[in-house]
Design a protein around this ligand. Structure first.
Ligand code: CP
Length: 324
């Protein structure tokens, strides 16, 4: 595959390739040098048209650990402010020799439009979607998958390990590209995926989630928290995306926490060894109680960030190998 734009069309074999490659790079990251020469001479351009802490920094670190050169673009200090278009911006980085472009934009479809333009130009650049609007965030979905499967088998993480597991995804499903990418990866396994949220943030029509093939997948919707949490192995909480909500959709933070916040008391409904994930950034004390978020017995939040570097190394390596 030339580009990674989403997980909707990933095959189980492709998920396993990424997981195994990430496991190898996790080994590399545990060595003293933490670096391999795999992408020496290649250029990775991080084109972030929307803010990011984790994704941008970990793609940059991943590229450097693979010995690639990195170019970092921030919309606010770029020539976009003078009216340059997004496509012309991408072509400018192409002219500087970018082999891969990591793209985040607040509108769904921007990485796809850039990939289509690059295909039309007949150039070998790869586009990686680092989050497009409410559509997909594939590297987050992959790092979540890596974090969960590594917990089950650290040496050999793979999709098949999720068979029989119950995974609850809780919160602002409507606005969440992370939820969409996770739905695609997790429903490709034999896990049961339970979505829970208030009706305003969990679309009643599955079609609104974005694909008519979803009803054929192992997915369940709940407008109350308890059935989703019951006997869950993993609880994935999502940030309330206030910046994407129109005011009539916005529950008060207190009200949300009261009905859908993950607390120690509510965790008693889950399996005793349940783990909590959150893609970050977290609204502390809203999606998950503050003390739980910091409790290593339950929280995988730091591990998700750590996994991000190995998984993004895997993606860049798999996209970039063969280009030297
Ligand atoms: N999870 C995630 O995408 O975080 P950032 O917005 O900080 O990159």
């Amino acid at each position: 595959r030339r580009h990674v734009l989403g997980l909707a069309d990933f095959t189980p074999a492709e998920f396993d390739t990424v997981l195994q490659t990430a496991a190898s790079f996790r080994e590399v990251l545990s060595t003293r040098t933490k670096k391999v020469p795999a992408l020496q001479g290649q250029v990775v351009a991080n084109l972030f048209f929307e803010p990011s802490t984790r994704t941008r920094s970990s793609f940059e670190l991943a590229a450097r650990r693979l010995s690639a050169d990195t170019l970092n673009f921030a919309a606010g200090t770029s020539s976009l402010t003078k009216g340059e278009t997004i496509l012309d911006t991408a072509k400018t980085y192409l002219a500087m020799g970018a082999d891969m472009m990591v793209i985040r934009h607040r509108e769904a479809g921007v990485p796809h439009a850039i990939a289509a333009e690059m295909n039309q130009l007949g150039v070998r650049v790869s586009i990686l979607n680092a989050g497009d609007g409410q559509h997909e965030h594939p590297s987050q979905g992959l790092l979540d998958l890596f974090t969960i499967t590594s917990l089950i088998d650290f040496e050999y993480p793979r999709l098949g390990l999720l068979a029989g597991k119950k995974i609850a995804i809780v919160g602002d499903i409507l606005h969440s590209r992370v939820a969409r990418s996770n739905i695609w990866s997790l429903t490709s396994s034999k896990a049961e995926v339970h979505l829970a949220g208030p009706p305003t943030l969990l679309p009643k029509l599955l079609a609104q989630i974005g694909d008519s093939s979803l009803p054929n997948r192992n997915i369940f919707l709940h407008w109350e928290l308890e059935p989703a949490l019951k006997d869950a192995d993993f609880v994935m909480t999502l940030r309330l995306q206030k910046e994407r909500m129109t005011s009539h959709l916005l529950p008060s933070l207190r009200e949300y926490h009261q009905h859908f916040g993950i607390t120690r008391d509510r965790l008693k409904l889950c399996k005793p060894d349940v783990k909590i994930l959150h893609p970050g950034p977290v609204n502390r004390g809203v999606e998950v109680s503050s003390d739980l978020m910091d409790d290593p017995e339950f929280s995988l939040i730091s591990q998700q960030v750590t996994s991000g570097v190995a998984v993004r190394m895997a993606l860049l390596y798999l996209m970039g190998s063969g280009k030297n």
